[in-house]
Design a protein around this ligand. Structure first.
Ligand SMILES: *Cc1c(COP(=O)(O)O)cnc(C)c1O
Length: 427
C-alpha cells in the first residue's frame, strides 16, 4: 500500500496513539469499594462477604442453584471433570475449536480428549459430528462443550444426543456469561458448568471462575476439594486429594462490583458487532454467525471470516505464517499485521485442538466420521465432504477467520477507523 489511507471525509488515517485492545478489563468504581471493604474488615482470605455475595449474584443472574467461586475458570473445569467422574484412560468428547483450558483439565484427571469438529452455523461443536463420535466410541460418558466467543452452540441437539447416550455434559461457558439459548442462560445446560472472570472476559475479577450446578452434593464436594479437602475433624484430616482452588475474597470484591455492569458490557459489545457487520456489508466477509431465532449471544468477541474466493494465499507453519498479497483479496495474517501497524489488537481464531502438537495423537471426529486420515488429504489437496464443504470445519474457520478489536471502551470513531483499514485490505 503505497498511497496513504484516508477515511470517507478525506482525512489521512494514522496509527492509534493508545492501543485498541482485543478485549480489556472495564472497571467502574464499585469494585474498589468492595476490595477496600475486604481490606478494612481484614477478610483478606478465601472466606468473606464478597465471596458469598458473588456466588449469590451468579446464581440469581444465571438461574442455577449453586455457584462455587474458584481461583480460575480452569480450576472450575478441573472440578467439573472430577465431578463428571473422568478416570485415567477414559475418552472424553471435547469441543475442538476452543481455548486449550476447555480440554486440559480432562488430561489433569488422566482422561483422553477426543475432539469433535465445529459447525458453520455458530462455530461450536457440531452435533452431527458428535453423533458420529458416539458411533465410533460408544462407551464415552462425558462431553465438554464450549460456547465460543459468547455465541451459544446447538444446545438442544447436543443435549438430546448426550441424553440418548447417557453422557454427562460439562458446559464451558467461560466466554458466554450472560448469553442465552431459548431465553435460558448458558451455564445451566450441563450437569457441571463453568464461567470465568479472567481479565479479558465480559466481566472480570482480574482472575477467577465459578463452578455452577443444581446438584447440592456436587457443590459441596467442590467446596471441600477446592479448600484442601479437609474432613470434619479438630486437626487437618484428609481422606481425599485436595486443591487450593478457592477464590480470594479480594478478587471476589472485584467480581461483585462488576456483576451489575454485565448487561451494559453486553450492550456495548453488541453495538460493536453490529457496527462491524454494517461496515463490512460490501466486503467478501461475514461476521461470526449465531442463531438469531433461538439465541442471544453476549458478543464477547467480534470475529470475521473471509469468503473463500477473497482469500489470498496464506500458509501457517507451527510458529509463523506467510502470505502473498493480491489486489481485491486478503487473509487473516495480512489483516492482523495491518491492524498491529495501526496499534490495534486482533487475534487469530482459536487454533483447533486437533491441530495442536500436544494433541496430535488424540482422536478427531468430523461430520463424516474419523477425521484424522481425511484431514491429511485436506492439507495437501482440500478434502471436501459429501456436501461439497471443507471436511475439517475447524481448520477452515481457523484459516479464514480472525478476532477483531472488540474492546468495549473503543469509541464508534475508533471503530470506524478500524473498519476503513480492513476495507482497504480488499481494494
Ligand atoms: C478463559 C477461558 C477458560 C479459562 O478460564 P480462566 O479463568 O482463564 O482459567 C476456559 N475456557 C474458555 C473457552 C475460555 O475462554
Amino acid at each position: 500500500m503505497s498511497d496513504e489511507l484516508k477515511n470517507s471525509s478525506g482525512e489521512v488515517i494514522t496509527p492509534f496513539p493508545s492501543r485498541i485492545w482485543l478485549s480489556s478489563p472495564t472497571m467502574h468504581g464499585e469494585e474498589l469499594e468492595y476490595v477496600t471493604e475486604a481490606y478494612e474488615t481484614n477478610w483478606m482470605s478465601t472466606v468473606g462477604a464478597n465471596i458469598n455475595e458473588t456466588e449469590r449474584l451468579a446464581c440469581e443472574k444465571i438461574g442455577c442453584k449453586y455457584a462455587v467461586a474458584l481461583s480460575a475458570g480452569t480450576a472450575a473445569l478441573h472440578m467439573a471433570v472430577k465431578l463428571a467422574g473422568v478416570k485415567p484412560g477414559d475418552k472424553v468428547f471435547c469441543s475442538d475449536m476452543t481455548f486449550d483450558a476447555t480440554v486440559n483439565p480432562v488430561v489433569y484427571e488422566g482422561g483422553v480428549p477426543v475432539f469433535i469438529d465445529t459447525e458453520y452455523d455458530t462455530w461450536n461443536m457440531d452435533p452431527v459430528a458428535l453423533e458420529k463420535a458416539f458411533e465410533i466410541y460408544p462407551d464415552v460418558k462425558v462431553v465438554v462443550v464450549a460456547h465460543l466467543y459468547g455465541t451459544p452452540g446447538k444446545v438442544d441437539e447436543i443435549k438430546s444426543i448426550c441424553e440418548k447416550h447417557r453422557a454427562v455434559i460439562v458446559e464451558d461457558a467461560a466466554e458466554s456469561l450472560g448469553a442465552t439459548y431459548k431465553e435460558i442462560q448458558t451455564g445451566t445446560f450441563g450437569s457441571y458448568n463453568v464461567i470465568s472472570f479472567n481479565g479479558n472476559k465480559i466481566i472480570t475479577g482480574s482472575a477467577g471462575g465459578m463452578l455452577l450446578t443444581d446438584d447440592e452434593e456436587a457443590a459441596n464436594k467442590v467446596r471441600k476439594w477446592s479448600t484442601q479437602s479437609r474432613e470434619d475433624a479438630p486437626w487437618y484430616q484428609h481422606e481425599e486429594l485436595g486443591y487450593n482452588y478457592r477464590m480470594s475474597n479480594v478478587i471476589a470484591g472485584v467480581v461483585r462490583g462488576q456483576f451489575p455492569y454485565l448487561e451494559e458490557h453486553i450492550a456495548q459489545k453488541k453495538a460493536i458487532y453490529e457496527r462491524y457487520k454494517e461496515g463490512f456489508k460490501a466486503l467478501p466477509v461475514s461476521m461470526n454467525p449465531y442463531d438469531a431465532e433461538n439465541t442471544e449471544p453476549n458478543f464477547w468477541l467480534s470475529c470475521m471470516i473471509i469468503h473463500p474466493e477473497a482469500m489470498c494465499k496464506q500458509v501457517r507453519g507451527e510458529q509463523e505464517a506467510l502470505y502473498v498479497s493480491e489486489p481485491g483479496k486478503s487473509c487473516p495474517t495480512e489483516i492482523l499485521e495491518k491492524l498491529a501497524e495501526y496499534n490495534a489488537e486482533g487475534r487469530p481464531i482459536w487454533k483447533p485442538m486437533h491441530m495442536q502438537p500436544i494433541y496430535r495423537m488424540n482422536g478427531f471426529v468430523t461430520r463424516e466420521g474419523d477425521g484424522r486420515a481425511k484431514t491429511n488429504a485436506y492439507i495437501s489437496g482440500g478434502a471436501v465432504g459429501r456436501d461439497g464443504k471443507p471436511l475439517d470445519v475447524g481448520m477452515d474457520i481457523f484459516h479464514r477467520g480472525l478476532c477483531l478489536p472488540s474492546d468495549n471502551k473503543m469509541t464508534a470513531e475508533q471503530q470506524e477507523k478500524i473498519i476503513e483499514i480492513i476495507k482497504d485490505m480488499f481494494r
